[in-house]
Each structure stands twice: as C-alpha cells, then as structure tokens.
Design a protein around this ligand. Sequence first.
Ligand SMILES: [Zn+2]
Length: 336
Amino acid sequence: MEPLKSDWFLNQVPGKPMGRYAHIVLLRVTDSYPLFQTDGELNTSRVQAGVRHSELMTRLALFKRKQSTPERLVGRELLRRYGFLSGEPADGKASAGADGLPICDYNVQFCTRCPDCITYGFALGDSGSEKSKVITDTAYSLTSYDHSHEAFTLNAPFEDGTMSRHGTVTPRINEQDHVQPQVIFPGVVTTRDLTEPLFLYVLNNVLRTRRYGAQTTRTGRLRNQILGIVLADGEIFSNLLLTQRLYDCLKDAGAIHPPDPVSVEAAMEAAETLLPELLQEDNVRVDQLLMGDDLAAMVHKMAARGGDGEVQQLLSHAFADSSAYHETWIAKPKKK
Ligand SMILES: [Zn+2]
C-alpha cells in the first residue's frame, strides 16, 4: 500500500509562497434538504452543461464561504473539545481564558496562533491579517437547478388553523427553496504550503463536516466523498471544469435521466476514471495522486481515530506547527 508522501510536505509553513499545492478532490453529496440561500434565494449560474455537450444549463452555485465556514467551525469545535482553545468568548481584553488557553472567537477576536487562524486565515482590521492557505471556489451542481431544488411552503397558520383573518391572508406564508437530497457538487479544496499535520487538520475537517447551509435549519446534511488527494507544484483544474467533464462522461454512459438523481456510485466511478485524465491535461507536475484503495485506507484510518487519543495527537501536531508560524511571522518582537 502506498501512503501519503509525508516527506513531500514542508517542515514549517513558509513566509513566502513555495509552490506546494495539496488538493483534496471530492464529491459533495446532499443527504437531506440543505438551505443554501443568499437573501432568500438559491444562487444559480447559467453555464455549459458539459465541455462536449455544450448546451446551456442553469446550475445551483454553492459559494466558497458556504463550503469553508462549516468546515472551519468543525475544526474549531475540536480544538476546544480537546483543550487547545478556551471556550470563553472574547471580552476585547483578555487573550487567554481562566483555563489558561488562548481565546479565539470566530470573526470577533482571532488568536492568530491556532491551526484555524493560520490555515484558513483571518482579518483583524488595522492590526493585521493572514491570507488563507486553504483555497475553495464556488461549486456547481452536476444536475440542473430545475432538477436539484424544491420549494417548500412553510405555513404558519393562525390558532384556528386558517391562513386568513378578517379577510386578509397571513403574511406568514413563506416559500423557501431547498436543495434536494442526492444532488452532487464536484469540487476541489486546495491547500498551499502547509505542513503535513496542518494538511491533515484540513482533511479531517472536510471528512467530519456533515452539516452545511443555514444554521437555523435542521435539514442541512451533506457528506463529502473524497475522490483523490493530489500533491502538485501548482493549482489543478477548477470545480466547473470537473463538473462539466463529469457531466460529459455520465451523459455518454447514459447515467443522466432527469428528473431522477444521478447514482452517486456511478458518479464516483466515472470521476475516478476522469481524474488522472484531467491531471494529465493540466500543466502541473503531479508528485502524487492518492486514490482508490490507498486513499480508502487512509480515509478509513482517519475516520477510525478517536478512543486512543489520535485526534488529540493530530490536533497537537497541527497546533505546534501553527504556533511555530505565529512565533516566526506574526508575533511582534519583544521589547528589551
Ligand atoms: Zn485562532
């Protein structure tokens, strides 16, 4: 079995871009009815259905923050769960809680030292910022908007069960557009110049995040099926190209029958065949393509973590690397 090439990764996060790109190629698959709205509407984009099947199609668009924010929050929850960050909220003064742990309050007060701050970046107004080393781009549904969404009417009737009173209809009828189950969003999560522990921190977040979309809904399940890990000297293909080329393959194989959902198994198989082809067309040097059984073994090992303190160990290594970066590049030199 071939494991992930540990020696390919840098020993410390550099201050300048060094051209080490580790990509996670995946299919994001909805498991229930997530709500991915912006201002009450789903985002759509009119693009070609495939590259060869060049007819136009309106697709659901999943903006980058809707993908990365839930993944960040899962990682930050783990950092608190395993005693690396304080659970206390920021009060604008203290940088550590009563427990002696750093306070890192998302979008309120970033600690500038934890794996989340260093990998995904932060902005602190005048007092500095750190560029994200995790690059996520808008993802597109494999199938058309028409066959990927459902509008639910949420009725909020009066106590007598009617929707009108004194001849006027309640304004409490609200229509919301949900993404249907088994809708596939092919995508790539790119990391730049991370150490292996920080890359594994990001991968662990991608594997463990199950809930995306509006926080108020209980129906936001989505699972990430990892297709491959690609270590390369540059950025690889875009989410849109992956989606369109996958559409071509599945269309030719007779696997697309709207309004039926596409078989996730068929999509995974087609994408596994497609991945090496796409990489060959990209003008980058690929140092490793981990997929199939080798990848499954690695993902299985990560999923089986727990119990024996392996999560704690993963976070501890990641925290050591992010702290080292903080000391070298962020902390102000102490006055003598
Ligand atoms: Zn932090």
